[in-house]
Structures are given as structure tokens and as C-alpha cells.
Design a protein around this ligand. Sequence first.
Ligand code: ADP
Ligand code: TMP
Ligand code: ASP
Length: 237
Amino acid sequence: MEKRGELYAGKAKSVYLTDDPDYLILRYRNDTSAFDGEKVEQLDRKGEVNNKFSAFIMQKLEEAGVPTHHAGLLSAEESRVKKLDMFPIECVVRNIAAGSICKRLGVEEGIDLNPPTFEFFLKNDELHDPMINEFHIRSFGWAGSEAVEKMKELTFKVNDILTQLFAAVGLLLVDYKLEFGRCKGEILLGDEFTPDGCRLWDAETRKKLDKDRFRQGMGGVVEAYEEVARRLGVDLS
Ligand code: ADP
Ligand code: TMP
Ligand code: ASP
């Protein structure tokens, strides 16, 4: 498959067209962004670690019955994916309170959420990804009712699969963000699943092993991602 022009350069990945109109190439860069692009740094090896990490997770999800865009690793920093019409929406599930929900609702970080809670956000950096509800999604035409139901169902299914996968290696999946898109009438999981877009804590010590290390200036960001990858058995060679 041949790489053609750049379709889009995001904050952490670049998207390329290919000679096959049904497929794109995602290139994971070392750029690391927080607070909707306000804090940006280059972190050595992050592109490669995240590319391989996401490929591993997407494969596990496919095996467990979640349809994804992933179509194989192409190189250390590139993957082939099915081209999707993305919904401009982020689906977040939280198992433990952390991040924006603590600020918004005045709750303490670390509280178990039983049942896990779900939130939609609008993908819009200028507006700082505001939280939206299902009525907003339908009224503004960002997605229809069937798509909204499917995104919720798949996001919770991912929670069942991944909380177990991470628990088996001593990690708590605190929360995560997913993005979906449509391909030939089917709704598929798109974008990535990496420690850039989720929170992972060591189950015993509650040490943070995700992008909060970057947001909070704790250091050891990529080293933490590599530790998670090693525990899962992701091939980083
Ligand atoms: P952002 O746009 O938030 O800065 P990235 O740097 O990760 O994020 O850029 C990747 C972009 O590619 C995102 O906008 C994402 O929605 C989009 N994308 C991810 N997977 C696909 C896909 N399969 N088809 C089309 N677009 C995709
Ligand atoms: P939040 O606590 O900032 O709302 O984030 C919840 C989870 O979703 C956290 O794991 C980070 C992830 N997330 C992103 O990756 N990108 C985003 O733009 C947002 C809003 C959240
Ligand atoms: N994903 C967003 C960004 O890259 C928000 C965040 O992670 O804090 O800026």
C-alpha cells in the first residue's frame, strides 16, 4: 500500500491518504499535548510505544467482538486503519473519580464509581471539549439515536474487556476516552487506545502510569507507558 498526501495533522498523530480510498495511515508522533494543546512537548519513543500499544489493544478488542478500524502495523510509528467518517464526539467511561469530574462535581480523586459512569464530550479544542448530552448530539446532528446507543454499548463493552485485561497485570483502569466513526454503514472504534487517552494506576500503590504524569509535570512519562506495555506483553522491539 502506498502512502499519499497528508489528510490531517492532529496534536499527536498525522493522518495520510493511501492509494486505497478505503484505508488511511496513522503516524504516531512524539508530540505530547495536554490541556487541549496548551502544553506541548516532544517525548522520545512515545510515537513508537503508542503505535504498538494501540495495535495490541485494538487486536484484543477485535478478538473480544468489538469492531475496530485497525488493519495492521506498518512500521514502528505507523498503522494502517480503515477510513472512517468520525463522529465529533468523545465517549468517556470512568471507573474511579479523577480529572475533570473531580473539579466539576467537587468529588475526591480515587473514589470508586459504582456503577461506572459515562460522559460525552464535544471534540473541539477551542471550546476545551465541553461536556455534552445525548439531546445535544441529536439536536445538532453530531450523531443519530442509533449511533449514540451503539457508541454507549461498545464503550461499556470495552470497559468489561479492558478492566479485566489490566487487572490481570495489576493495573486499575481509572477512565478512558474512545472515538468512533462510520464505515460503510457500520460503527467502528477509531483513533487510539493508549496511556495518552486513559488513566491507569498501579493497583497496589496507585502510582499513575498515564498522561497525568505529563499533565502534572511528574516526569517518567514514556517510561510509565513502557512499564504498562511490558506488563501486558506488548512487543516493543
Ligand atoms: P486530535 O485531532 O485530537 O489532535 P490526533 O493528533 O490523535 O488528535 O489526530 C488523529 C485524528 O485522526 C483525530 O482527529 C481522529 O479523530 C482522526 N482519526 C482517527 N482514526 C481515524 C480513522 N480511522 N478515520 C478517519 N479519521 C481518524
Ligand atoms: P478528563 O478527566 O479530563 O475529562 O478525561 C477523562 C479521560 O478521557 C482521561 O483518561 C483522559 C481522556 N481524554 C482524552 O484523552 N482527551 C480528551 O480530550 C478528553 C476530554 C479526555
Ligand atoms: N487530549 C487533550 C490534549 O491533547 C486533553 C488532555 O489530554 O489534557 O490536549
